[in-house]
Design a binder for this molecule. Structure first.
Ligand SMILES: [Zn+2]
Ligand SMILES: [Zn+2]
Ligand SMILES: [Zn+2]
Length: 141
């Protein structure tokens, strides 16, 4: 999501686009790899932007609830990546290097049907991650 889209997205959701939120978004946008809240804090600090960790955590929680970022949990490490795809999508995460690719397809309608049949629940949403080894790490293994 580029900066223009990001601003419009916030406006459409009637959310306030505070300066810290914009700065955190920009850091994630420019980052080549997913970042932890501490890494975000440090890299903002290097640019003379002091944003408290609490504020970083809150902004990331908000971004996550809006499906703007993907939260990668690996043991005790938590990192965030800005999503490029805006519509519903999934991710595959490399177990070795942690790189993430977004998948622009989702076809689990049969599965949803099975869930409804076996539980009686009406399915309205789902989360699903794939894990494996990326092309580079696969060669090294
Ligand atoms: Zn994504
Ligand atoms: Zn890898
Ligand atoms: Zn899906």
């Amino acid at each position: 999501m580029n900066k223009g889209l990001f601003k419009n997205f916030f406006k459409a959701k009637k959310l306030r686009l505070s300066h810290p939120r914009l700065l955190i978004y920009q850091e994630l946008y420019n980052a080549k790899t997913p970042l932890s809240p501490q890494e975000l804090y440090q890299s903002l600090l290097k640019k003379q932007k002091k944003i408290g960790l609490t504020s970083i955590y809150r902004s990331l929680d908000l971004f996550e609830s809006l499906d703007m970022v993907f939260k990668i949990i690996n043991g005790s490490s938590v990192k965030y990546k800005l999503c490029e795809l805006e519509d519903h999508h999934h991710h595959i995460i490399c177990k070795a290097c942690g790189s993430v690719v977004e998948l622009n397809f989702c076809d689990i309608s049969d599965w949803s049907k099975k869930v409804t049949e076996s539980t009686g629940y009406q399915v309205i949403d789902h989360q699903l991650n794939f894990y494996g080894f990326c092309k580079t790490c696969k060669k090294e293994a």
